[in-house]
Design a protein around this ligand. Structure first.
Ligand SMILES: [Zn+2]
Ligand SMILES: [Zn+2]
Length: 221
């Protein structure tokens, strides 16, 4: 029986030759077919991924290319504004599209999103929270997006409520001393003249007593 030869037995130069004669989508499929092909065939370029996203295959699966990580990803891996208008498929800005992961935690380049940015995903507002650094659902108040996530906002609200309670307590305590002071002043106004009168009476009685003693004493002598 003659030995069977498979594509894996071909030299790499021949594999490249075959790959170069395939369109971008077929080349990607061949590369994804096994570990051996994955090693021997170059990954698709960003330009090729843009080409693939515009094939029926790309449309059916809702795939979009990311300019940062050079991957084909489903729509939900992008912010809403990354897959519409200029950045939609065949849009003039589609080559600048980047996925959420690259916007928040890129492997090599700088993050595209900054703390406090509002990022809309499936109509829901998310933020990179400057408080906890998390990518979380953002707080909206009176229809206006806040920079903090819902959790941090709730915590802050709790803190604010606690602070307000403490401030109220402080104000209540501050209201107490003036009452004390006025009570004290009133008391002083009543008691001081009373004590002064008593001292005057005592002094008078002492003087009378001294006088009597002098007279009585002199008589005795
Ligand atoms: Zn990416
Ligand atoms: Zn937070």
């Amino acid at each position: 029986m003659a030995p069977t030869t498979t594509i894996h037995d071909l030299p790499t130069e021949l594999i490249w030759e075959i790959a170069e004669n395939l369109d971008a989508l077929s080349r990607m499929h061949l590369r994804q077919s096994c570990v051996d092909m994955n090693k021997r065939i170059y990954p698709p370029t960003h330009k090729e991924l843009i080409e693939i996203e515009n094939t029926p295959y790309g449309y059916e699966r809702g795939l979009f290319a990311c300019a940062n990580c050079i991957r084909l990803l489903p729509k939900e891996m992008f912010a809403d504004n990354m897959t519409v208008q200029k950045r939609a498929k065949r849009g003039t800005g589609s080559i600048t599209r980047f996925c959420l992961e690259c916007g928040i935690h890129p492997v090599q380049s700088r993050p595209r999103y900054n703390a406090g940015d509002h990022i809309i995903v499936k109509g829901k507002m998310f933020v990179i929270c400057p408080k906890c650094d998390g990518f979380k659902e953002g707080k909206k108040q009176k229809g206006k997006g806040q920079s903090e996530c819902l959790d941090c906002w709730d915590l802050r609200s709790e803190f604010d409520q606690e602070t307000a309670t403490n401030e109220r307590k402080i104000l209540d305590n501050l209201a107490f001393p003036p009452l004390c002071v006025s009570y004290l002043l009133n008391s002083l106004c009543i008691f001081i003249p009373m004590y002064i009168n008593r001292w005057i009476e005592e002094i008078k009685q002492l003087q009378v007593a001294m006088k009597c003693e002098e007279e009585y004493g002199s008589n005795q002598i």
